[in-house]
Design a protein around this ligand. Structure first.
Ligand SMILES: *Cc1c(COP(=O)(O)O)cnc(C)c1O
Length: 427
């Protein structure tokens, strides 16, 4: 597989290099030189998830890694269920939250960890990543205990739920966490600054596990095929798919799936009031505002870093940008959406509920849609309980961490302080 840097197209790298580097020169995103087209879609959709995922990822990676290697990465990474559950007559939820940290980020993080682990390394790698909520847990869990990798996770202090925080800050061992006294965008900026600082980058063999890492996006392509496969077993036609979006890695993966030949009627990019993209799709003006904290905090991103990839796919496929539907919803919409789903018999959480609502607002009467269930309702226990006036039981994954102490360091949003901290704790 060959990729190029969107900012410096002459920089070309292999998949292995792209996984290790994360970002290219000048923070440019890597993008595939070509997107493989699958022509046996019906046969693929008939396969089970793991077998089909081997074929999908093989189409990208077998020439570089060999199909056997791809098979074993897939087997080790994808070992949990992803049911498509009927929410009402026209809407289905692809539940991506049955992995070890109860969020869809387990797919990408586990595949990436397997990739990095299988690339021979003489020196210890440092994974440095920022999280707006769930990435931290997924990455920490995927790498916990690996002896050739240390992990540092930055997150905005007080802006993620306590249970989310407990899931990745209580592990210890090779997992280091930093609560930053600012918002997620500031955390992302500090990560980017670290990658530009040669002392840190080279001294600590930095690697990013953010949704910018291409291995995560390729892993996520697989569940879009599963969504359509399950949908078509029970329904006619092609589904509309609504993606609850923050950094837009998830939507990028969906567009890759469609570019490979997956029949999807259209995509809906659903956001909370951090609605840079829906506003851009409506009026053509890219004008991010300051990030605001919402109930769907994993989507509190004003400047989504994967957006250039979205535009590049649309261009490469000759799809007009107007084929993408953007919907930005308020806090009140979010609560109403949760309530409406619950009254219809489906318990959800704020992120998925936004996507579900975006479907009902944009589908015509003869269409059916899938919204992605990106997190387990219990991960957003307080919000869900308050919105629905119910009590939720904690699943065992959360029960196990709820009384453990948080081991995070606390730092201001100041790169110099982070740099000093990294050398103190890791070197
Ligand atoms: C990360 C996350 C999102 C946003 O996904 P992106 O790929 O960043 O757009 C949505 N919902 C949940 C629960 C998340 O953790």
């Amino acid at each position: 597989m060959e990729l190029y840097n969107l900012k410096h197209p002459s920089q070309k790298v292999s998949f292995t290099q792209a996984v290790k580097l994360g970002l290219g020169k000048d923070r440019g995103l890597f993008f595939p030189v070509s997107i493989p087209r699958l022509d046996n879609i019906d046969a693929l959709l008939a396969m089970d998830f793991v077998e089909r995922s081997k074929a999908i990822l093989g189409a990208w990676l077998a020439d570089e890694l060999g199909q056997e290697q791809v098979d074993s990465l897939v087997e080790r990474a994808f070992n949990f269920e992803l049911p498509l559950t009927k929410a009402d007559d026209r809407r289905f939820c692809l539940e991506l939250f049955h992995g070890p940290t109860l969020a869809f980020k387990d797919f990408g993080a586990r595949f990436m960890a397997q990739c990095l682990n299988s690339l021979a390394q003489e020196d210890k790698l440092t994974i440095l990543t920022a999280t707006s909520g769930d990435t931290g847990a997924a990455v920490a869990d995927a790498f916990y205990g690996l002896d050739k990798v240390q992990v540092v996770v930055l997150y905005p202090k007080g802006k993620i739920s306590l249970l989310q925080e407990k899931m990745f800050t209580t592990l210890g061992d090779n997992i280091h966490t930093v609560a930053v006294e600012s918002d997620f965008d500031a955390c992302q900026d500090m990560v980017k600054a670290a990658f530009e600082d040669s002392d840190v980058r080279d001294g600590l063999h930095l690697n990013s596990a953010n949704s910018i890492n291409i291995s995560r996006l390729l892993a996520q392509v697989c569940y879009y095929f599963e969504a359509v496969a399950q949908f078509k077993r029970a329904n006619q036609g092609d589904p509309v798919i609504a993606v609850p979006s923050g950094n837009f890695g998830n939507l990028t993966a969906g567009l890759f799936a469609k570019a490979m030949g997956l029949p999807v009627k259209r995509f809906v990019a659903a956001t909370n009031s951090n609605d840079t993209v829906p506003r851009y799709l409506a009026d053509g003006q890219w004008s991010p505002k300051a990030t605001v904290a919402t109930l769907s905090n994993a989507m509190d991103v004003a400047e989504p870093s994967n957006w250039p990839r979205v535009e590049t796919i649309m261009e490469a496929m000759n799809w007009p940008l107007s084929e993408l539907v953007g919907v930005g919803l308020s806090e009140q919409d979010t609560v109403e959406a949760l309530d409406e789903l619950y009254r219809g018999g489906y318990l959800s959480e704020p992120h998925a509920a936004i996507a579900a609502k975006a479907l009902s607002l944009t589908m015509s009467a003869d269409e059916q849609g899938i919204f992605l269930g990106t997190a387990h309702p219990a991960k957003f226990k307080e919000v869900v309980e308050q919105a629905l006036a119910i009590e939720l039981e904690l699943p065992s994954e959360l029960q196990a961490v709820k009384d453990k102490p948080i081991l995070s360091a606390e730092l201001p949003a100041d790169f110099a302080r982070l740099k000093a901290h990294l050398f103190e704790t890791l070197a």
